[in-house]
Structures are given as C-alpha cells and as structure tokens.
Design a protein around this ligand. Structure first.
Ligand code: NAD
Length: 477
C-alpha cells in the first residue's frame, strides 16, 4: 500500500490544509493500492507563494547548472526504472512490456534532452538595432493526465525548469503514484526549495485554483478538450499564457497504392497502444472502398493476435482501462456506434472472456463508420479502431480533416512524394509517413481543438520563454 500523506511545497513534505485523501485503485484488480492528499485552494496558495519566492534565484542560475539538476533526475529515473515501470503498470494498467519500453524511457529521455537544449539554446540574438532576449516567465502551473503519467509531467516540468521557471505540478488524481517518486527525486538531489512544488487533488478544486491564480504566469495543461476549454476561460481573467495539449481523433490514410498488410496492422497497434489510451493514437483507418474487405480482414487478424489480460505479464498486449469511469465511457461509445449503424468486425461491449474483474474492454474493430456517426468525431480513448472508406483521394483528405481535432495522422503510399502531398493537406500537428516512428526531438502538439501548444525539443523550451526586445542606438550595439 502506498498511502502518501503529504504534498511537496517549498522543499518540504507538508500536510495538506484539507486532511481528506483520494484512493488510488489498481484497474486490474479493482483494489485500492494507495491514496494521496486531496489538496485545497490554500495548498495552491502556499505552493504558488513558494514558487514565486524561488523564481529570482532559479532564473538567475546558469543554464548549465539547471541542466546538471535535470540530468541528475534523468539518471535517478534510470536507476529506479524497474520499480517505476511496475508502479505505472499497477497505477494505469499499461502492459509491463510497454511500461518498460515507453512509460519510463520517455521521461528519462525528456529530462536529458531538456538539459541539453537548455545549454545549447541561443537566449539572445540581434534584430536590427535591438537585442532580442528570451527569459523565463515566472511560475508555471502544470496540470497533467493519467495515460502517460510521468511522461506528461516530464514534458512540462523538465522544460519549464530548464528555461528557468519555477513549477507547481498538479498530477492526475487517477494515476498519481509516479509523481510522488519524481518529487522524492527532486527532494533527494537537493533542488532549491520552492523550485518544484506538487499539490495533488481534484481538477475542480486544485486545477481550477491554479488556472485562476494571479501568481501563476503560465498554465500548461494536458488533458481533454472539454477541460482545456474551461481552464482556458478561467486563465483568461489574469491574461496568463496558456498552453493546451488536448484530445485527438487521428486518421491513418491508406492511399490506393498502399499495402494493407503493412499499413493495417500498424493502425491496429497504434489504436490499441497503452490499452487504447494514447492521445495521438491513429483511431480511424481511412481506406479505398475497393480495399475495405481486405482491410477488415487484416485488422481482424491483427486484433485477434493481441493477448488481453493481466498487464503484469510480459505476454500481455492489452490490459484494462485506467478507471471504471473510463471503461464505462468506452462502452457507451460502442453502444452508440452500434445504434448509429457501425458494424463490429470484432470485439463488442461485453467484457473479454474470463475477465469479469478489472476494467477490461474487448479489442474492437468497427467498420462502415461514416461522418454522421459520433464515433467518427468523438475521442473514445479505448482499444477501438473505426474503419471508414473513400472513393477518391480528395474524399480521403476530406474525411481525414473532418473532425474538430488535429493532433496526429498517418499516410501510407508506395510513393513517398504522393504520401507527402497528402500529408501537407491534412490539418494536424504530427504526421507519420509509411509507419515512421515518433521523433522525440520533433515538436508535439495539435491543430484545431487538439490544442495550441508545442512540447519537446527546442519548441518545448520556447514554450516557457518570454520575449523581450532591448532597443539601443545603432552605434551603441
Ligand atoms: P482530463 O481533462 O479529465 O484531466 C486532465 C487533468 O486536468 C487532470 O489532472 C484533472 O484532474 C484536471 N482537471 C479536470 N477537471 C479540471 C478542471 N475543471 N479544472 C482544472 N483541471 C481539471 O483528462 P484525462 O482523462 O486525465 O486524460 C485524457 C485526455 O487527455 C484525453 O482527451 C487525451 O487525448 C488527452 N491527452 C492529450 C495529450 C496531448 O499531448 N495532446 C497527451 C495525453 C493525453
């Protein structure tokens, strides 16, 4: 049992003003495995105050010194990676092999990468008679989701600190345990008090207090589009900088010359990644109508090859969804899709055989999906792939773009240039061609209602840097 009694404020583990706790549930067993404090607005005041006091000192340290702290965090995460991978699997339900392959390596990479970029970044440049200076904003509030709990935290905290800001983190209450390990590492390595603070709690209380707080300069949020809109409105009252990383409904487009045997299994793997709970998952497969039957057959085979079960087993490819609420939401989406005329190629609304305990959902492939159905537009966030078909390439592009989201996409073709031409027409922040993998140094973020920020790499650092221009007389340059 991991009962965390304290939050982390001003370099110390302190009691929350509230005294209530939130249970943490293992989604595989449905058992309580720990708890965290249910923070309050007073806790947020204390954390923001500490971060404000710490800001001038931290902003005044050299990038090299800040990088040394971040590299130390990366090393400590690596040392603890076996235990951390198991912790994330118990907290989120991610298959253990994937926790080892992504849930922990990605944050390690992020801390080291932020450190390197902080040192290499040109903070000053000239523009005519002006000196353009990039400076940290001040206090960054980071509000994060549960699906890649440590990775989403790292993308914000590592880059915000690298740029010289101080931070108040509110981790997701659904999967908070990894955040405690990270806070303990910051404490162990002797980060100056107040530079990193963590207040756990619910979104409506702790999250909204941060969004509205006049002492917060930047609000960096990753989560659902619905909550992103709400906190954007709250933050507007104090004209904070707001960076939103939101949901997606990303298409994988097979051009007529693409090979379904390569493209379709890739789409299935992407849709089922992290138990179908990945923001940039390719959850719509857009295929030529003449190849629909072939695509369905390959997708069905790929889904049948996935082992569903205990995520602590290395053979498991699909574990439970992260919470009862998430499992119920996915089932409701499936019921509605069926009502609206989508056809189950495989899967369904019943739990997988032999898995009545745990928040499991069958790996599901839907076909005959059209833009009139909710499942074409709405993020399901479960192991569900929707197949749609087209007659012309123009129609394929239209289908790909026909949602409010624009986070990611994929294009498949025998001819790279044909794929690139279509990729340029798709309104999304990152597009993979012929199965090329994620590049963690490339900017990550959304078009349209998938958000307005960019994380990782140089863009991820710039997100946390304000711009100042110093005008001088030309002869004094
Ligand atoms: P969520 O929006 O429910 O919660 C995200 C965070 O916001 C949590 O910490 C939550 O406590 C907090 N929150 C909830 N209500 C709030 C409120 N009223 N005010 C302030 N904070 C509030 O999202 P989730 O269910 O945790 O995560 C899943 C969503 O996150 C999906 O939509 C997914 O696509 C998205 N996501 C996006 C990215 C990206 O980079 N674009 C990455 C991961 C997840």
């Amino acid at each position: 049992m991991l009962h965390h009694q304290k939050i982390y404020v001003d370099g110390s583990w302190t009691r929350s003003y509230g005294g209530e706790t939130i249970d943490v549930v293992n989604p595989t067993t449905e058992e309580v495995i720990g708890s965290v404090p249910q923070g309050t607005a007073e806790d947020v005041d204390a954390a923001v105050g500490a971060a404000r006091r710490a800001f001038p000192g931290w902003a005044g340290t050299s990038p090299a010194r800040r990088a040394a702290y971040l590299n130390r965090v990366g090393e400590r995460l690596r040392e603890d990676s076996l235990e951390l991978a198991e912790l994330i699997t118990r907290d989120v339900g991610t298959p253990l092999a994937f926790s080892h392959a992504a849930q922990i390596p990605l944050p390690i990479l992020t801390f080291h990468q932020a450190a390197r970029i902080a040192v290499e970044f040109p903070y000053e440049r000239r523009a005519g008679s002006s000196l353009i200076v990039r400076e940290p904003f001040g206090v960054v509030a980071a509000i994060t989701p549960w699906n890649y709990p440590l990775h989403q935290i790292a993308a914000k905290v590592a880059y915000a600190l690298a740029a010289g800001n101080t931070v108040v983190l509110k981790p997701s209450e659904v999967a908070p345990l990894g955040a405690w390990e990270l806070a303990a590492i910051f404490d162990d390595i002797g980060l100056p008090p107040g530079v990193f603070n963590m207040v756990s709690g619910t979104g409506p209380v702790v999250g909204e207090a941060l969004a509205a707080h006049p002492g917060v300069d930047v609000l960096s949020f990753t989560g659902s589009t619905e909550v992103g809109k709400r906190i954007g409105r709250l933050a507007a009252a104090t004209v904070k900088r707001v960076a939103l990383e939101l949901g997606g409904k990303s298409p994988s487009v097979l051009l007529p010359d693409a090979d379904p045997d390569q493209a379709v299994p890739h789409a299935v793997t992407s849709a089922f990644l992290n138990n179908g709970q990945t923001c940039c998952a390719l959850t719509r497969l857009v295929v030529p109508r003449s190849r629909l039957a072939e695509a369905e057959r390959v997708a069905e085979q790929a889904a049948a090859a996935v082992t569903v079960g205990d995520p602590m087993s290395f053979d498991t490819g699909l574990g439970p969804l992260a919470s009862r609420a998430q499992r119920d939401r996915v089932r409701r989406h499936l019921v509605q899709a069926q009502k609206e005329g989508a056809r189950f190629v495989t899967g369904g609304t019943e739990p997988p055989d032999g898995l009545s305990r745990g928040y499991f959902v069958r790996p599901t492939i839907l076909s005959d999906v059209t833009p009139w159905m909710a499942v074409h537009h709405q993020e399901v966030f479960g192991p569900v792939l929707a197949i749609e078909s087209y007659d012309t390439v123009a129609e394929a592009v239209q289908l790909a773009n026909d949602t409010d989201y624009g986070l990611a996409a994929a294009v498949w073709s025998e001819h790279r240039d044909r794929a690139l031409t279509v990729a340029r027409q798709i309104r999304a922040g990152q597009i993979e061609i012929n199965g090329a993998g994620l590049n963690p140094t490339a900017p990550f973020g959304g078009y349209k209602q998938s958000g307005n920020g960019r994380e990782h790499g140089v863009f991820g650092l710039e997100e946390f840097l304000e711009v100042k221009s110093l005008q001088t007389k030309p002869w004094q340059l």
